[in-house]
Design a protein around this ligand. Sequence first.
Ligand code: ADP
Ligand code: MG
Length: 697
Amino acid sequence: MGELTTGIQYLSGVGPKRAALLEKELSLSTLDDLIHFYPFRYIDRSSIQRIADISPDLAYVQIQARVVSRNLINIKHLSVIVEDESGRLELVFFKGTKWSYDKLEPGRTFLFFGKPQTYNGRINIVHPEIDVPQEGSMAQSALTGVYPSTDKLKNGGVTGKVMCKLQSAALSLCLPEIRETLPEKVIRDNGLCPLQYALKNIHFPSDSYALQKAQRRLKFEELFFLQLSLLKQKYVRSRAEKGIVMPKVGEDFHSCYNALPYSLTGAQQRVIKEIRADMMEGRQMNRLLQGDVGSGKTMVAVLSCLIAIGNGYQACIMAPTEVLAQQHYANMQKYLAPTSVRCALLTGSTGTKDRREIFAGLQDGSIGLVVGTHALLEDNVVFSRLGLAVVDEQHRFGVDQRARLWAKGPGCPPHVLVMTATPIPRTLAMTLYGDLDVSVIDEMPPGRKPVQTICIGQGKRNAMYKFIREEIAKGRQAFIVYPMIFENEKMDISNVEQGYEDIMKAFPLNDGYKVAIVHGQQTSEQKNFNMDAFAAGRAHILVSTTVIEVGVDVPNASVMVIESAQRFGLSQLHQLRGRVGRGAEKSYCILVKDVKTSAEAQQRLDLMCKTENGFDIAEEDMRMRGPGDLEGTQQSGLPVNLNIASLAKDGMLLTEARAYAMRVLEDDPLLEKPENEPLVKEMRKAKYNIKDYSKIS
Ligand code: ADP
Ligand code: MG
């Protein structure tokens, strides 16, 4: 009894030293940890290849061959020649040479397993695994699991084979103790296999069908509990939190709406209806607004704020950077001009005097809308009646920050509208924002022109400058963006400043060209001055670092040049490209790549040239890089670490699991029924302990 909690060091073949290594490298300390550490892929070891058929393209081969000769060239180099009926092959060892030399006696036959490679025009295998042919124990089933590993582990003797042995030993001890985590009904409804079966077959699949069943069961369970936790929070919250009821639309809404120079797109109208319904309902709104760059999210935010204000409440809009906050503020002033709403801007650089005035205005309720940065979260920002908080570009804020806004409501949390900067994949949205309702703007405002994207090498630079001159001659403007290359901000600046000098040479003042430059080390005044010069059309070219990534709206710009484009992530490239195609007849995005561009980076650039759809790009980005590395998830983080399921690959299963979790909660919102008791017990485990935003202040 109690094997699951037994420390790993008591397993035969481990001991204190390896135990410490396993703990340090893989965070495995008990047998329970160990058996939940799964292979990340499997190798089919049931088939044996002929030596003559081996090609270096194969990921792995297994051969059964007789040792012909062995030659210990030196203590760090052993060469062994083996043969089967089809031919001969060299095996090479650089480590453990003595041991291998002794084992590989000429005349004896072994199973060798490894990755073939070409060396000096001949095929060999370096460090093959060596087995004595025999009918298999558990660890030699046809499909062998490959576990994540590190160099330190391998050097410490914990090879793939050793890991398999440890798993086999741990499973024989622990399997009888494994209790089913899912209620009978959940298993039946979803056609899952029992947990014991799943654990055994995830490590030692009896065949590929058993492996599939095991994977499906374990992935489903993980996704199901994740969704159940998220959805349960949502249910609990919607019962517990009374939302501010906002029954009217109000005059300011109409004044703003009627003065708009364009009509809203169908998608914008639909989303505003969804938001209005939430705000009227008496349930606190927690809504995610997704829409591609340029889809018109700001307008939706403005009108939502005006609903709150029209009902006698205040609203705030929080942006991730000062530049963006300023841009929003400028837009707000435009949109709010026909209304009587007083609007303020609060950022880190707001002066003491203005700050005091704003604090007073928020506290006495005379300021209806405040736009700002993180500065809004500070304790001394006190609202009279905050009814709606809009968070723009959510992914740059930590989840805790979102929660801090909650505490600023009038005795109950304000309605919350979260806007993403760029589309995020559906599965990621369901997970990162699984406790939110989601609105999608899936339609672009009319008049958006397609942006033609091309990728060029350094050799085409002069042709590009010529092209930009032609565009300028047509009255257009161009962005030229440089990446942040160095950790050190000063060096980044020198990178963009070098670029600026090159551009000045190609576009000399003497010929009438005006070039503005914006980067992170300038003061707000310098930034504004340069930005304004470009926005007002006084400068033809804006050279910058990625500070212009978000928000900036210059409809007359028709060219976006992205230097060292291979260094950017997809969503950033997409964001940048979204800065053009807003007004000009035809717009262009030119991705300039350096000589050193990896195959992976090239894939990204190719994808950019192929599609303009932000949702497609986001999906592809996740497929290429996995959800953990996506821009946006690094800072806020996934709510749980998925052990086996993948947001990139298991979208279908996630949808299934979420739908089923919803069914369970509809039937038993607080999970009080006896049949659901196992679920509650499992959800108490630390790994499903998802932060409840409503409890953080
Ligand atoms: P994003 O979703 O990227 O935040 P914005 O709200 O900045 O997009 O809108 C992009 C541009 O489209 C702005 O110039 C805005 O004025 C304009 N716009 C928004 N809605 C419409 C519409 N319905 N018709 C025409 N132009 C619109
Ligand atoms: Mg925006």
